[in-house]
Design a protein around this ligand. Structure first.
Ligand code: GLU
Length: 559
């Protein structure tokens, strides 16, 4: 077979050679050890938590090494494309500190544009480049055309994809395809000419030469040393519309764009033999691979399962509506990605997570467990370190969008809101009440008369509610500092038979009606409507004498 002629017949419009293309993509001039990484999503909707993971790894590794992090839009599957998804993705990622040095960006009008010298960064715009390399492979007898109808192809693709993801038995898969494959390889130039004359569409397949009984050794930087079978599958490189498959685009693009580290989900691991063969055929240097474990969650029965698209916590836009601040989500991701992050953070509490020396070696090989409880803990810490004015601003902004009534209430008197958020903030052990901005309303709503909804759950053992409330109303002064304030509570308690000293009370509880803690609780419940509230002396100062007295009076009605 005259492969050169075959290549000309198939790709008459391609006049460039790979060398012409290479000349337009010179090697990057970067310092020693600089990593070039990319995020290469196929945007079909929202940003998944599982997508933020590899992109965070890519961003950290590139920026920690003075390298380049770029965004490539993998839109080769026109059927799955969703209008505006790429634009939304860029905005969402930016919120989570994922900033690209290069690649697809939003221009002033909010449309996708290219920044950088290694584009186009949208695969749908790179058709001729892929065809140039396909032509070369055909001319060298390493790839061949396969004339099939569109429907036949769709069927094939669907089967391949499913098997690829599920399949771990590489050999069985290869066996079943061999006969079919040999059949396809068998054609003449005359037949090709005839098909082309009739306008039949064709795909280009790689002519596999691997022996699945032989193993290739490769080191994945996350998974460790692997032994995988050689590829013996004539997989599709170019679809009948001239658009590449993922495999082909991965090889061509990551080579031309100078990617040093391919960071992607572990669902791509079974495709690695294909990629190794393809890079070899094309004469490209294999990049380093990092296959990242999937994010798992516990289902109702306590079993681990993949965090699916429909699960709460999958869609990054939900974090915004739930009121999580991006800093907290980023820190949480760091705790999942690097087991020593928390230890580092404890030693460097004031440093941003971007100062943490992220390390590939500390990454989990088997999978990270997503857990809202842990996220909330991290988030409470993050928010507790913010200033009162920052919290006020962020809660107000969030509420104006997601709870406008409350937002307007906060905005109507920002100084008042800030005084509330200032309670217990700033010291060595700041309060940790808020995990999300949505927690603000239940936490501090009682400061607003319209939201004050007391439950009046007084301690069961206290029968002197009225006497306590009346007694305190008589002595309360907004001028008291917290020591003077507490003295008054103790004195009042003592006069009614409640022990002022907790130690003494615990030694002999039967000698008393209760303790000063019960007295405080009665006051807290009357004034805040809840058993849990921030420092009561501070609360009373912010509410002002008039409202304190009003609430002490109102609280005398037991529900
Ligand atoms: N478009 C592929 C995906 O979304 C990219 C995988 C890769 O990073 O190479 O899974």
């Amino acid at each position: 077979m005259d492969y050169q002629l075959l290549a000309e017949l198939l790709f008459p419009q391609i006049t460039d050679t790979p060398a012409d293309v290479e000349a337009r993509y010179p090697a990057r001039q970067l310092p020693e050890g600089a990593k070039v990484t990319r995020f290469a999503p196929s945007p079909t909707g929202f940003v998944h938590f599982g997508g933020l993971f590899p992109s965070t790894v890519g961003e950290r590794l590139a920026h920690q090494s003075s390298g380049v992090f770029y965004l490539r839009i993998e839109d080769t599957d026109a059927k799955r494309e969703v209008e505006g998804a790429a634009e939304g993705l860029i905005k969402t990622l930016a919120k989570y500190g994922i900033s690209f040095d290069e690649g697809a960006v939003l221009d002033a009008e909010g449309n996708i544009a290219d920044r950088g010298d290694y584009g186009p960064y949208k695969q749908s715009k790179r058709g001729p480049i892929y065809r140039t390399y396909a032509k070369k492979l055909v001319a060298e007898g390493k790839a061949y055309p396969c004339f099939t109808t569109e429907e036949e192809l769709d069927e094939l693709q669907a089967v391949n994809k499913k098997e690829e993801i599920k399949n771990t038995d590489w050999q069985a898969q290869a066996e079943s395809r061999r006969a079919e494959m040999l059949e396809r390889r068998n054609f003449t130039l005359e037949e090709v000419k005839d098909h082309l004359a009739k306008g039949h569409p064709f795909v280009v397949r790689l002519l596999a030469n691997g022996d699945p009984d032989k193993k290739v050794r490769i080191t994945d930087l996350v998974k460790g040393n692997l032994e995988i079978p050689e590829n013996d599958e004539d997989f599709v490189l170019l679809k009948s519309d001239g658009i590449p498959t993922y495999h082909f685009a991965h090889a061509v693009d990551d080579h031309l764009m100078g990617t040093t580290h391919v960071i992607r989900g572990e669902e791509w691991l079974p495709s690695l033999p294909k990629h190794i063969q393809l890079f070899g055929y094309l004469g490209f240097k294999l990049p380093k691979y990092m296959h990242i474990a999937q994010i798992m969650k516990l289902d109702e029965d306590g079993n681990k399962k993949k965090l699916s698209k429909r699960d709460m916590g999958a869609n990054m836009d939900d974090y915004t509506s739930m009121g999580y601040c991006p800093e907290a989500v980023c820190e949480y991701i760091m705790t999942l990605l690097n087991s020593n992050y928390e230890e580092w953070h404890a030693q460097n509490p004031d440093k941003p997570y971007t100062d943490f020396p992220f390390s590939i070696k500390k990454m989990s090989v088997s999978g990270c467990l997503f857990d809202f409880g842990k996220l909330n803990d991290v988030s409470k810490n993050v928010i507790s370190r913010m200033s009162a004015s920052e919290v006020t601003q962020k809660v107000t902004d969030w509420a104006l969008e997601f709870d406008p009534e409350f937002g307007k209430l906060l905005a109507s008197d920002a100084a008042y809101a800030e005084s509330i958020f200032a309670i217990g903030r700033g010291g060595k052990k700041p309060r940790k009440d808020l995990a999300t901005w949505a927690d603000a309303k239940p936490y501090m709503g009682f400061f607003y008369d319209g939201l004050f909804a007391p439950e009046y759950c007084y301690p069961e053992n206290v029968s002197d509610v009225e006497a306590i409330l009346d007694g305190f109303a008589k002595v309360y002064s907004a001028d008291d500092d917290s020591t003077a304030w507490f003295e008054k509570v103790k004195e009042l308690g003592l006069s009614l038979g409640y022990c002022a000293d907790m130690k003494a009370y615990k030694n002999d509880p039967s000698a008393w009606k209760g303790s000063v803690a019960d007295v405080s609780m009665v006051l807290r419940v009357a004034v805040t409507g809840k058993q849990n509230a921030p420092d009561l002396c501070e609360v009373m100062k912010i509410l002002g004498t008039e409202r304190v007295l009003e609430r002490l009076e109102k609280g005398k009605v037991r529900k």
